[in-house]
Design a protein around this ligand. Structure first.
Ligand SMILES: NC(=O)c1ccc[n+]([C@@H]2O[C@H](COP(=O)([O-])OP(=O)(O)OC[C@H]3O[C@@H](n4cnc5c(N)ncnc54)[C@H](OP(=O)(O)O)[C@@H]3O)[C@@H](O)[C@H]2O)c1
Length: 329
């Protein structure tokens, strides 16, 4: 069996616990392909996994890494549209911090020609997450108003661009004036510095009390009550992370009076069939926008693969705007 380099979490801890070691190359099973990884993306859930706070779901690789751009080498290509040598981006449940990885065929998407390997590696985790949560669960429609918390996160930069390109009006929050400007540059029409302004008051004031139709939240905790207080009638609050805590007290009568929906999801543990369905929707609805240059992943930094610990440290500074990606030579 041929070996490969992988970045392992040697023990829970700071970025330095990520160590490059040699491992056997994985073998693709039924419905899977082997990819030679060209670039892989870093996501906040990887940081949580490294700290021991987000264990891989049952059956997932213990190697971190939820998304790659790679070249199809071999595997179960019966009936698939993939061919050997093709450049794809793939959503993984783990195993992306490596020279090679296996991916379910249905979770691979062809890379639009105009994107670099690094840009392609930045796509899967945020595009699958945003598509499902904002457009499927949140049912955002053209003409509606979306508020994105954390507008300059990997998730936020994708949500702003996609919603704007699909005809919604987007507002965003961010933790500095510079980040607010970045949200505006990406297509938001209003950006609220959540450290200096109360986002809920801002929404009520600037919508004349109407509120937002869909709100993408990655904070939860005491944000939930404030968010419900600035939702439009029939509004949908979608929670995808609990950075501010899991406990959330709120006025439950608002749900009745304004007919609000609270929903949310996590992507990683969902089935291959589910993720393959999201991939089809992305191919159909979003890839044409990418091919036309109307949506493009926003990269903060592209580093050589060996700097994986530095990439985690960079994410933890919280200074990034968009995605951090590592590339193989
Ligand atoms: N449910 C799912 O399926 C799923 C999938 C992927 C990611 N996620 C979650 O989505 C979040 C974003 O992921 P990422 O990889 O894009 O991470 P990231 O780039 O590190 O983003 C974290 C963001 O959280 C924002 N934030 C923190 N506290 C905030 C507050 N009080 N108010 C508003 N914004 C606040 C930060 O804003 P500032 O930097 O401006 O302070 C930053 O933009 C993470 O929490 C991640 O775990 C969930």
């Amino acid at each position: 069996m041929t070996s490969m380099l992988v970045a392992m979490i040697s023990q829970p801890g700071p970025p330095e616990v990520l160590r490059w070691v040699s491992r056997d190359r994985p073998e693709p099973g039924p419905g899977e392909v082997l990819l030679r990884v060209r670039a892989f993306g870093i996501n906040r859930p990887d940081v949580l996994q490294r700290k021991g706070l987000y264990p891989p779901p049952p059956g997932a690789s213990d190697i971190p890494g939820l998304e790659v751009c790679g070249e199809v080498l071999s595997g179960d290509l019966r009936g698939a549209t993939l061919r050997p040598g093709q450049r794809v981006c793939a959503l993984l449940t783990g195993g992306g911090y490596a020279e090679y990885c296996v991916a379910p065929v249905g979770q691979c998407l062809p890379v639009p020609e105009i994107l670099s390997d690094a840009e392609a590696a930045a796509l899967p985790e945020t595009f699958f997450t945003v598509w499902h949560n904002v457009f499927e669960r949140g049912a955002l429609k053209a003409g509606e108003l979306l508020l994105v918390q954390g507008g300059t996160s990997g998730i936020g930069t994708t949500a702003i661009q996609l919603a704007h390109a699909l005809g919604a009006t987007v507002w965003a929050t961010a933790g500095s004036d510079m980040k607010c400007q970045a949200c505006l540059d990406l297509g938001a029409v209003r950006a609220i510095n959540y450290r200096t302004q109360d986002f809920a008051e801002q929404v009520r004031e600037h919508t004349k009390g109407r509120g937002v139709d869909v709100l993408l939240d990655m904070v939860a905790g005491d944000y939930v009550a404030r968010e419900l207080g600035c939702m439009a009638e029939d509004g949908r609050l979608v929670i995808i992370a609990v950075q501010g805590g899991t406990a959330a007290g709120f006025d439950a009568s608002l749900l009745m009076r304004r007919r609000l929906t609270i929903t949310g999801s996590t992507l990683r543990a969902r089935s291959v069939a589910f993720k393959s369905g999201v991939a089809l929707a992305l191919r159909d609805k979003v890839w044409p926008l990418m091919e036309a240059g109307r949506v493009r992943p926003r990269l903060h930094a592209v580093l050589p693969a060996e700097q994986v610990a530095q990439a985690h440290a960079l994410m933890e500074t919280g200074q990034h705007i968009g995605k951090i990606v590592l590339t193989w030579p």
